[in-house]
Design a protein around this ligand. Structure first.
Ligand SMILES: Cc1cc2nc3c(=O)[nH]c(=O)nc-3n(C[C@H](O)[C@H](O)[C@H](O)COP(=O)(O)OP(=O)(O)OC[C@H]3O[C@@H](n4cnc5c(N)ncnc54)[C@H](O)[C@@H]3O)c2cc1C
Length: 435
C-alpha cells in the first residue's frame, strides 16, 4: 500500500487538486455539499484497506494480550496517517480535516485502538502544536511527529482532576532559562509509547480564577526525572496503551513552553476541539461496524423457523443503528467542514462527540444482544466494540460534561471567546507547498 502523499503525487487525486478546492480562497465559506472528493475517497479506501487487511486479522490476539502490536505505530507512520492533515512543509500529507475524520471512521470500524492513536497523536497533540506552536517548535517537534518518527501524547488528566481541569495540581516553577516540572498524570493514552507529550501544569498556584495560571509544555519523555508505565486491567482499548507519567524535578527549557504562561487551559480546550472531532468520527465507525456485524448475523441465525432478520424486534435494533450511524456521520462531517473553513466549532464538535459516543455504546450493546450468547464472546467483534464504546463516553469530556456544554450554549450561559491562535483554515495551496 502506498503512502498517501505518494499516491497523490502519482496522480490518484489529481483531478480534485486541480479543480474545485483550489479555486476557493482561504477562509471563504463554501455552500453545503455532501459529496466526498476523489481525494477523500482515496484516503477512506487506503485506510479501510489497511484496517481490514492488516489490523482486523491481529486485533483479537493483541486485545487478549492487553498490549499493542509493536509494528502498528511504525506502519501508521509509513502510511502517512500520523501526519495526515498537516501541511507537507511540516512533514504531513497535506490532506484536509475531513480526511482526518474519514480516516478515524475507517480505523474504528475495525477497532478503537488505532483511532485512539489518531486522536492523541494527531488530534490532541499535533494539531494543538500546529495551532499554538512557534515555527521553531513546529520544526523541532511537529515535523518528526507528522513523519511518524516520534509519537506524541497529551497529558492533562491527573489522579485528582479529570472533568475539572482547572483543579490540576502539577506544577511548573521558573528557574532562569528553564522550568522545573513536578506532578503526576494518569489515564494518558500512549503514555509508555510517546516520545513527546503536551504537559499541563500550574505556573501560578493561586490565581484569582483557577482556569488561569495553567501553562502547557512540550515535554520529551526521555528527560531525567520522567517515569511512566501502563495501566493494566482496562475494560477496553486493550490493544492500546493507557498509563501514567510522573515528573520529579524535570527541567525543560523555556523554549519548550507552548503558548504564553497562563494560556494552558485555553490551549487544552482548543486541543480537545480537535481530539473530540476524531472521537466523534471514530464512534460513527464503531456504529457502522455494529450495524454491519448485526446485519450479517441476523441474516444467518435462525430461530422459530426463520432468520432472526425476519423478527420485527431485530429489525428495530438494526433500524436504530442505521439512524444513529447516519446522524453521527453528518454531525462529524459538519464539524470537519467547519474546521476546513476556519470556523470555530467547539459547540458542533462537542455535539458530534456526545451524540456519536452515546449512540455508539447503545449500538454496541444492542449488537451484543442481537448476537445472543455469541455476542458475549470475543469470537465476535461486537463484544470488543461494547467494551471500547464505554471508554468513549468517558474520555475527551464525559457524556455528562458534553450535556452541560450543550445546555450552556442553548441557555446562553456559554459562548466562545476568540483565541489568540486559531486552527488555520485548510488551504490546499498552503498545505501542499513544499516549503
Ligand atoms: C481509555 C482512556 C484514555 C484516556 N486518555 C487520556 C489522555 O490521553 N490524556 C488525558 O489527559 N486524559 C485521558 N483520559 C482521561 C479522561 O479524559 C478522564 O477520565 C475524563 O476527563 C473524566 O475524568 P475522571 O475520570 O477524573 O472523572 P471525574 O471527572 O471524576 O467524573 C466522575 C463522574 O462524575 C461526572 N461529573 C463530573 N463533573 C460533573 C458535573 N459538573 N456534573 C455532572 N456530572 C459530573 C462525570 O461525568 C463522571 O461520570 C483517558 C481516559 C480513558 C478511560
Amino acid at each position: 500500500m502506498r503512502c498517501l502523499r505518494r499516491a497523490r503525487r502519482f496522480g490518484v487525486v489529481a483531478p480534485y487538486l486541480s479543480g474545485y478546492n483550489r479555486a476557493i480562497p482561504a477562509r471563504a465559506v463554501k455552500p453545503m455539499d455532501f459529496s466526498l472528493t476523489a481525494e477523500h475517497e482515496m484516503v477512506r479506501k487506503t485506510v479501510q484497506d489497511f484496517a481490514r487487511r492488516e489490523v482486523a486479522p491481529i486485533v483479537r490476539e493483541w486485545d487478549r494480550k492487553h498490549d499493542m502490536a509493536p509494528h502498528i505505530l511504525p506502519r501508521m507512520g509509513e502510511l502517512g496517517l500520523l501526519g495526515l492533515c498537516l501541511p507537507v512543509r511540516y512533514g504531513g500529507q497535506g490532506m484536509d480535516y475531513l480526511s482526518l475524520g474519514l480516516a478515524c471512521e475507517e480505523l474504528e470500524a475495525v477497532d478503537s485502538t488505532l483511532r485512539v492513536v489518531m486522536s492523541v497523536h494527531v488530534g490532541l497533540n499535533s494539531l494543538g502544536l500546529f495551532q499554538w506552536g512557534t515555527e521553531e517548535q513546529k520544526q523541532r517537534f511537529l515535523v518528526p511527529q507528522a513523519r511518524g518518527e516520534k509519537i506524541a501524547g497529551f497529558a492533562l488528566t491527573e489522579p485528582g482532576a479529570g472533568s475539572d481541569v482547572a483543579s490540576i495540581r502539577s506544577s511548573a516553577r521558573r528557574e532562569g532559562q528553564d522550568y522545573v516540572l513536578n506532578g503526576e498524570k494518569t489515564w494518558i493514552s500512549l503514555a509508555s509509547k510517546a516520545h513527546h507529550v503536551l504537559w499541563f501544569a500550574r505556573t501560578d498556584p493561586h490565581p484569582a480564577d483557577p482556569h488561569d495560571g495553567i501553562t502547557c509544555f512540550l515535554l520529551e519523555t526521555d528527560r531525567p526525572g520522567v517515569t511512566r508505565g501502563d495501566h493494566h486491567g482496562k475494560l477496553g482499548v486493550r490493544a492500546g496503551s493507557t498509563g501514567w507519567i510522573h515528573c520529579q524535578d524535570v527541567r525543560v527549557p523555556a523554549a519548550n513552553r507552548l503558548g504564553e504562561e497562563g494560556e494552558g487551559f485555553r490551549i487544552a480546550m482548543a486541543c480537545l476541539d480537535n481530539g473530540r472531532y476524531t472521537v466523534a468520527a471514530g464512534a460513527a465507525g464503531l456504529i457502522r461496524a455494529c450495524l454491519e456485524a448485526s446485519v450479517r448475523y441476523a441474516q444467518e441465525r435462525q430461530t422459530f423457523g426463520k432468520t432472526i432478520a425476519h423478527h420485527q424486534l431485530i429489525q428495530a435494533k438494526i433500524a436504530r443503528m442505521v439512524r444513529d450511524y447516519e446522524a453521527a456521520r453528518l454531525l462529524y462531517l459538519r464539524a470537519g467542514w467547519m474546521k476546513n473553513q476556519g470556523l470555530r466549532n467547539t459547540r458542533e464538535t462537542s455535539l458530534a462527540k456526545w451524540y456519536a459516543t452515546d449512540a455508539g455504546f447503545t449500538a454496541a450493546a444492542e449488537a451484543v444482544q442481537l448476537h445472543g450468547a455469541y455476542g458475549y464472546s470475543d469470537e465476535y467483534e461486537v463484544e470488543r466494540h461494547l467494551r471500547n464504546a464505554k471508554g468513549e463516553m468517558i474520555y475527551e469530556g464525559t457524556s455528562e460534561i458534553h450535556l452541560l456544554i450543550q445546555a450552556g450554549y442553548a441557555l446562553g450561559f456559554r459562548r466562545d471567546m476568540p483565541l489568540r491562535c486559531e486552527l488555520p483554515a485548510y488551504d490546499p495551496d498552503i498545505w501542499h507547498a513544499e516549503a
